[in-house]
Design a protein around this ligand. Structure first.
Ligand SMILES: Cc1cc2nc3c(=O)[nH]c(=O)nc-3n(C[C@H](O)[C@H](O)[C@H](O)COP(=O)(O)OP(=O)(O)OC[C@H]3O[C@@H](n4cnc5c(N)ncnc54)[C@H](O)[C@@H]3O)c2cc1C
Length: 295
């Protein structure tokens, strides 16, 4: 029988997690409840952190956003601040499951769940987000790109919990797109997903960043550099070539490994094609003023 604890402070939470042998945090409970009912959750104790004040704030900082662990996925989707500062994150959180799950699930529970098919890590990785982790020993920060260590295994160690996610401001000039392909139902887990962010660099350079979900045993991140004058078809081919060796999908009811690999390349193409803006910022400014002058 799993024992429930209702913590009211972070210190109490850390102590319970540290002292317990197999103690887990209870966030929104959308994953934990299912595992409990299926009889496959082996935690001896669960610490509900819903009563700890201050864990559900979205703050705009000088660098971007700081998101508290108990902020729901639905708030990430609908918050005007998130939509303005990190629109790709708002879009991706809004594509998780259905409103019932998004209204309850928390951002920390989502990443701590560690599932290789999760949608939000694709955006968090391309936006270069950082996960704040706290325990009795203090706090440390882990890049989202290094948080997913192995199959259903995260960087969290004994006694630790996620206490925040920092998301840098999405550059206004960046192109972004999230492609989620499901094979069972529209709001089901993805069979393949890809978030792309194309960041303008100096002297016509561009960085293409890709976060992939459901295409390996962990969320996958990759990036490569190209130039703004590269035709979009060539960029798409370069992205598929870079992603291809990293695709090792796990076969399940949503498709065979081979099917998901092919679907993964479709997701990569959709994400990159829709985030690529033809020409550099300078070119676009010139053509815009050119059009105005002709009127
Ligand atoms: C029907 C259904 C469909 C879904 N479809 C999708 C989908 O399409 N895409 C997708 O991305 N996800 C999907 N999910 C998964 C969903 O996103 C997760 O269940 C949810 O985000 C978990 O958040 P939670 O707050 O409810 O976590 P909980 O269920 O409370 O916890 C999940 C795990 O995280 C740990 N945890 C919770 N909070 C913390 C913390 N602060 N620090 C450390 N560990 C913590 C818990 O101990 C547990 O191991 C789906 C879930 C359901 C039920």
């Amino acid at each position: 029988m799993t024992a429930f604890h209702y913590a009211t402070t972070l210190e109490e939470t850390c102590a319970l997690l540290d002292d317990g042998e197999d103690t887990m945090v209870y966030g929104g409970g959308t994953a934990v409840q299912i595992l409990l009912k299926q009889g496959v959750l082996f935690a001896t104790d669960l610490v509900d952190i819903g009563g700890v004040a201050g864990l559900d704030q979205i703050e705009e900082t000088a660098k971007g956003l700081r998101v508290g662990p108990l902020v729901t996925l639905r708030r990430m989707e609908t918050s005007p601040v998130v939509q303005r500062v990190a629109p790709l994150a708002a879009e991706v959180y809004g594509r998780v499951a259905n409103p019932r799950v998004r209204n309850t699930a928390s951002v920390a529970g989502n990443i701590a769940h560690g599932d290789y098919r999760l949608d939000p890590p694709t955006a968090l990785m391309v936006l270069d987000a950082t996960v704040e982790i706290t325990s009795r020993r203090g706090s440390r920060k882990v890049p989202a790109r290094e948080f997913f260590v192995d199959f259903q295994q995260t960087a969290l160690e004994h006694g630790e919990l996620v206490t925040g996610i920092e998301i840098p401001k999405q550059p206004e000039s960046a192109g972004a797109h999230f492609a989620k392909l499901s094979s069972l139902a529209a709001n089901d887990w993805p069979a393949a997903s890809a978030a792309a962010l194309v960041v303008e660099g100096s002297r016509g350079k561009r960085e293409v960043r890709l976060g992939l979900g459901a295409l390996s045993h962990v969320p996958v991140f990759l990036q490569f550099e190209t130039t703004a004058d590269t035709p979009v078809d060539a960029v798409v081919e370069a992205a598929k070539d870079a992603a291809s060796p990293l695709l090792e999908p796990i076969p399940d009811v949503r498709g065979s490994s081979d099917y998901k690999r092919r679907l993964g390349l479709v997701a990569v193409e959709e994400a990159v094609r829709n985030s690529w803006k033809e020409g550099s910022d300078d070119d676009r400014r010139t053509s815009f003023f050119g059009r105005r002058r002709r009127r």
